[in-house]
Ligand binder design. Structure first.
Ligand code: CO
Length: 321
């Protein structure tokens, strides 16, 4: 990629490097259409914090290889109100936590721990199993404030389900940001290779995870995605127009693209003053049997029973508090 221009600019996460890549203005000959739009359901997780969940739900159990998407908040918490998810197990998949506002801490049964600040990403490969806690940090609990973030669950292929647990804790400053060719938007590249820039996170299967911030009046963003990938967009804020048929999608809604073209389009609605914030997430389907039971996702019932036995007998370890 030829870098046309670099400049310093604040992007809301305190990161200063922005690249404009004019040679990455894509043209798509056949634009994917929208299969359907799903509105998140509000539910409670962990100790009772509010999440908006587009799936799993009665209308969509998963979008292979994606098993779950939770939007934590956004909610304004008073001092002492913040809640988290105390010790719980996972086996057979990955959890990806992306904080937008608020601070979390995690600890696990292998002695790992870390902090998640706004803009940070934690990519956890649970593999054969961890017990971990995901709790608001003490200073955030004491001060209160806006909690907002995402957790995505990505299935692991059969051959990798019992792999050793692994963490990629990526601070906001390490996540590449590319400015749109018209200068009226940016994309944070959390996973995958986009606009000539590669993410710092390594994935087990091909995954694309992009966070677009698109200004009012910006040109339509075109982006090529292999037509084998399952692809969805989740609107964080604002309202956008997506795909061949220009379908409107609002905050807390998710649009699923058909596999009928070689790329996707995103545009902010006309006559708005609000920025459009979108997560664009895509991945290669595994096409393997899925048997899930709460925090365990395996290929067979027997493997689920084994996971429950391993958890109950302490083979996933314990957290030292
Ligand atoms: Co967890």
């Amino acid at each position: 990629m030829e870098k046309i221009k670099s400049e310093n600019e604040s992007n809301g996460f305190g990161v200063k490097t922005t690249t404009i890549a004019k040679d990455n203005q894509y043209v798509i000959n056949k634009n994917r259409s929208i299969n359907r739009v799903i509105t998140s359901l509000e539910t409670k997780e962990g100790e009772g914090f509010i999440v908006h969940r587009p799936f799993p739900s009665p209308s969509l159990s998963e979008l292979d290889p994606f098993l779950l998407l939770d939007e934590m908040g956004p909610m304004n918490l008073k001092p002492g109100e913040a809640k988290g998810a105390p010790d719980h197990p996972h086996r057979g998949f990955e959890t990806v936590t992306y904080m937008l506002s608020g601070k979390f801490e995690h600890k696990d049964s292998h002695g790992n721990s870390g902090k998640l600040n706004p803009g940070d990403v934690q990519w956890m490969t649970a593999g054969s199993g961890v017990i971990h806690s995901e709790m608001p940090s003490k200073d955030f609990t004491d001060s209160g404030g806006v909690l907002h973030g995402f957790q995505l669950w990505i299935n692991l292929p059969k051959i990798a389900k019992m792999t050793n647990p692994q963490y990629q804790d990526i601070p906001s400053s390490k996540i590449p940001i590319v400015k749109m060719p018209d200068g009226k938007g940016v994309v944070r590249i959390i996973a995958g290779n986009a606009f000539g820039t590669r993410s710092v996170i390594n994935t087990k299967i091909p995954i694309l995870y992009l966070h677009f911030t698109i200004e009012p009046g910006a040109n339509e963003v075109m982006y090529p995605i292999p037509n084998t990938y399952n692809t969805f967009a989740y609107v964080i804020s604002g309202e956008g127009i997506f795909g061949k048929d220009k379908i409107n999608v609002k905050a807390e809604q998710m649009a699923i693209f058909n596999k009928d073209g070689e790329g996707i389009t995103i545009k902010a609605v006309e006559n708005t003053k609000e920025k459009l914030e979108v997560l664009l997430i895509a991945g290669t389907p595994l096409n393997e049997p899925i048997v899930r039971y709460g925090p365990f996702v395996m290929n067979t019932k027997a493997e689920i029973h084994q996971a429950i036995r391993d958890y109950q007998s302490g083979r996933l370890g314990m957290i030292n508090h």
